[in-house]
Design a protein around this ligand. Structure first.
Ligand code: APR
Length: 182
């Protein structure tokens, strides 16, 4: 576990399975159809149970554009909310992928604020099936979260990245070293 203090707020890095870590809001790496899938999306729906997809079926409408997010309950997960965020597929870097990824983190944190969540857990959005290079994604993710915690957060006190493997953890650890604390 690594931690960075930003005033009274905290960014933490951990390894593990996000479905096992208690928090107020768990962020999912979803797709714009909100249709479920493999990776962390599959793990969240399996562990949370069918109520999450039932709620998505009711709110889906025309879907959830890349860079945005929607909120549901958390079913059997150890949290009150799941925030389904849609990160970009990597298309080589010239399709605004970093901006869209930062937007997915910001949109998630805004929904967490609205829900009154104090502790939010994130996976490494877009770096699995969507193939966003993890070294770049880690910097974008940490910059977006740190900026939000410094300027917009009122109720969110702590953000934990729950990273599934050591290589991803190492990339986030290196990016955390580059962040300048308040
Ligand atoms: N806990 C934490 N992290 C996990 C877990 C888990 N249980 N399972 C997988 N991961 C990690 C992956 O190892 C990767 O580092 O989450 C990161 C994101 O990978 P993906 O889940 O593949 O997400 P993403 O790259 O954003 O692709 C999204 O995949 O499953 C589909 O429906 C999803 O279409 C969407 C796409």
């Amino acid at each position: 576990m690594r931690e960075l203090a930003l005033g009274s707020r905290r960014i933490r890095l951990a390894t593990g399975d996000i479905t096992k870590v208690p928090s107020d809001a768990i962020v999912n790496a979803a797709n714009s159809d909100l249709a479920g899938g493999g990776g962390v999306d599959g793990a969240i729906h399996r562990a949370g149970g069918p109520s999450i997809m039932e709620e998505l079926d009711r709110i889906r409408g025309s879907g959830c554009p890349t860079g945005s997010a929607v909120r549901t309950g958390a079913g059997r997960l150890p949290a009150q909310h799941v925030i389904h965020a849609v990160g970009p597929r990597w298309k080589g870097g010239l399709a605004q992928e970093p901006e869209l990824l930062a937007s997915a983190y910001r949109a998630s944190l805004r929904l967490a604020e609205e829900a009154g969540a104090k502790h939010v857990t994130f996976p490494s959005i877009s770096t699995g099936v969507y193939r966003f290079p993890v070294e770049l994604a880690a910097g974008v993710a940490l910059d977006a979260v740190a900026a939000f915690l410094k300027s917009e957060a009122r109720r969110v006190e702590a953000v934990t990245f729950v990273l599934f493997d050591e290589a991803t953890f190492a990339a986030y650890e290196a990016a955390l070293e580059r962040l300048i604390p308040l």
